[in-house]
Write a protein that binds this ligand. Structure first.
Ligand code: HEC
Length: 198
């Protein structure tokens, strides 16, 4: 009797034997997967992967700027300085002694606006004296990279920061300098040539 109960208990604890299922993948699942695949392939074709990415959604730069809340096309001197100049002249404008001259307190920065514009338009290569120290490096030209408005904006930023208090530079001053030196392809040779522009 006790034996029988024990055996029944033991049987109750057992899981049933597993049995192999012969059920095939349900038709519904096959249909859903096929539809998803068709949609995915169709989507790739509808997205026109070969369309020129430059076209984007055909909004113009000015439209995007207006949406971003900025005034259309306005150049941001601080932003340009951070992106184009700070790597060499440092975020503080103090340069690196012996390698990159300081913009802070520099006679070239704080001189005539046309002089500063010319330096940015064509760059410098050769011996240049800044605040009594000689440098002999290469300052890249930004004439092809930055517009008149961008050069004016970054120069205005440099001339009104880092302790400098020279005046604002107008787009028109950069335009005039650009036109006056249109035929120039080489950088200024340093002190010799730039002294004449002072
Ligand atoms: C790749 C490094 C480099 C970058 C980037 C660079 N400069 Fe220069 N810059 C120099 C060097 C080097 C000189 C000195 C050239 C020489 O010795 O002939 C110089 C000289 C100058 C001068 C004249 C000397 C002085 O210190 O006042 C000015 C002004 C100037 N840079 C402004 C700028 C501005 C503004 C930018 C950004 C738009 C810029 N530079 C970006 C390396 C750089």
């Amino acid at each position: 009797m006790i034996q029988d109960i024990k055996q029944a208990d033991a049987q109750l604890r057992e899981h049933p034997d597993p049995h192999e299922s012969g059920t095939p993948v349900p038709r519904k699942v096959i249909v859903m997967v096929t539809l998803a695949l068709l949609w995915a392939v169709g989507y790739i074709f509808m997205a026109r992967p070969n369309a020129d990415p430059a076209l984007g959604d055909n909004r113009t730069h000015n439209e995007l700027m207006a949406q971003a809340g900025g005034s259309a096309g306005a150049a941001d001197g601080a932003q340009i300085f951070g992106a184009q100049c700070a790597a060499c002249h440092q975020a503080s404008g103090s340069g690196v002694p012996g390698v990159f001259p300081p913009l802070a307190g520099s006679e070239w920065v704080n001189g005539k606006d046309s002089l500063a514009a010319n330096i940015l338009l064509h760059g410098i290569s050769g011996k240049l004296t800044v605040k009594g120290e000689a440098y002999n490096g290469a300052m890249p030209a930004f004439g092809d990279k930055l517009s008149d408005a961008q050069i004016a904006a970054v120069l205005t930023h440099v001339r009104t920061h880092f302790g400098n208090s020279a005046g604002k530079v107008d787009d028109a001053a950069v335009k005039t300098a650009r036109e006056a030196t249109r035929d120039r392809t080489a950088p200024w040779t340093g002190d010799d040539e730039l002294a004449k522009l002072k």
